[in-house]
Design a protein around this ligand. Structure first.
Ligand SMILES: NC(=O)c1ccc[n+]([C@@H]2O[C@H](COP(=O)([O-])OP(=O)(O)OC[C@H]3O[C@@H](n4cnc5c(N)ncnc54)[C@H](O)[C@@H]3O)[C@@H](O)[C@H]2O)c1
Length: 386
């Protein structure tokens, strides 16, 4: 006997698939609903479509236990629980896509279904959703239960991170039971607070990574080496021991969630909207280092994805960096062991293939594989810790 009958809309994506696999392995009956043919056909055969620690054994186990896939949204009409994990952002187009999908979900869902919104949302999106009269007439229960794992660590973090449940008070028991039975510690609150918590968490991280870049920029424009500053300031000085290191701030969440936060709580914003300028300046600093430190017009670029150990190129500043270098007339030989050639429209190289082309090395995404490379006699720029 399965615990809950669940559809996960957007269930083949970076958040949806690990969560679907997790839920199936916990003893639920999960149907993934997603039009992404590439991801679905890989996942159905037990092949992880993207990098996640411990993904393959978990996925294979879920398939053995009956995890199923479809691209037909109509299938939600038989499901007791509908979980939505599609992408979201503060762009009008994405908001419209989300709103349209939710209209479809509400329209098709059977009476008394429980809808769990797991994508990162703004208050505005929720207000729009609540205007749908069918929610009341069909007695649909809705909760906002944001995903908080870090991409790549889903199978470690899903077990550990408490689940924030934003819902109307009368529904909180229903959703608490769902998550408790699935092994989560739960934290109940109202929807507005849950939305603020999720957006705040990412906007705060974005701000703290950007703040250190701001100091790096200021040090650089005053001809002070910020690496030396950090070494001196933090040595045996515990009050600064947890500060982040300068580096690119990219990826699918931090930038877009900060934009959503700014848009959602616009009138109270003083600082956050200026950090995008800081990060542009930080990128310009790396570009001017390339100009001053490298001789010739060839560069070996190590790492393209938005963070080390990931194959995700979404909002990757290293990828932006490549484009800007090419515009500046450089020939860029990009090396990224986490990427498949099919994911980019330019040639990828192995380091061995290009190491003799130039001495100019730009480490833009610090994958651990690069630690074993020999950079003796090379001219190396390190773009920072991303
Ligand atoms: N990636 C992260 O690290 C992370 C972490 C926490 C929260 N989130 C949030 O989770 C949400 C999803 O992010 P993601 O990284 O998994 O995005 P993703 O693009 O990897 O996945 C979204 C999936 O939704 C599918 N989809 C799109 N339209 C659909 C439709 N109409 N019907 C069914 N499926 C549809 C896509 O095919 C895709 O597989 C976002 O709101 C994001 O902010 C992401």
């Amino acid at each position: 006997m399965k615990m809950f009958d669940i559809a996960v809309v957007g269930g083949a994506g970076h958040i949806g698939l690990p969560f679907s696999v997790y839920l199936q392995n916990k003893g639920n009956n999960v149907l993934v609903i997603d039009p992404n043919k590439k991801y679905v056909s890989l996942a159905e055969k037990g092949n992880p479509p993207f990098v996640e620690k411990s993904f393959k054994p978990n996925l294979e186990n879920a398939l053995l236990k009956g995890l199923k896939f479809t691209d037909k949204i109509e299938n939600i009409k038989t499901k007791e629980y509908i979980i939505v994990t599609i992408g979201s952002s503060s762009n009008i187009k994405d908001i419209e896509l989300f709103n349209n999908l939710m209209d479809e979900v509400v329209d098709i869902a059977k009476k008394n279904s429980k809808i769990i919104l797991r994508s990162t949302l703004s208050l505005e999106t929720f207000i729009t959703l609540k205007k749908n009269k069918a929610i009341k007439s069909k007695n649909l229960r809705i909760a906002y239960c944001p995903e908080r794992i870090a991409e790549g660590l889903a199978f470690e973090e899903l077990k550990k991170i408490p689940q924030i449940i934003g819902s109307a008070e009368k529904d909180s028991r229903i959703f608490s039971k769902f998550f408790e039975l699935n092994g989560f510690e739960i934290l109940n609150t109202d929807i507005d607070t849950a939305i603020f918590v999720k957006l705040f968490s990412n906007a705060y991280r974005y701000a703290s990574f950007s703040l250190i870049n701001e100091f790096d920029n200021i040090a650089t424009s005053n001809n002070i080496d910020f690496n030396t500053v950090l070494r001196l300031a933090t040595h045996k000085y515990d009050r600064l021991k947890d500060i982040p290191l300068p580096g690119f701030v990219g990826g699918p969440c931090l930038i877009k969630d900060t934009k959503t936060f700014i848009k959602s709580y616009e009138k109270d914003n003083i600082l956050l909207k200026n950090f995008s300028k800081t990060n542009i300046r930080y990128l310009e600093k790396i570009l001017s280092q390339c100009k001053s430190k490298f001789s010739g017009k060839k560069i070996i670029q190590l790492g393209l994805t938005f963070k080390p150990g990931s194959d995700d190129l979404r909002t990757s500043i290293s990828l932006d960096l490549r484009k800007k270098l090419i515009k500046m007339g450089y020939e860029v030989f990009s090396v990224d062991p986490y990427l498949d050639q099919s994911e980019v429209d330019f040639k990828l190289f192995t380091y061995a293939e290009v190491e003799d082309k130039t001495d100019n090395i730009l480490i833009s995404t610090n994958h651990k594989n690069f630690k074993n490379l020999d950079f003796k006699n090379k001219n190396v720029i390190f773009a920072g810790k991303n």
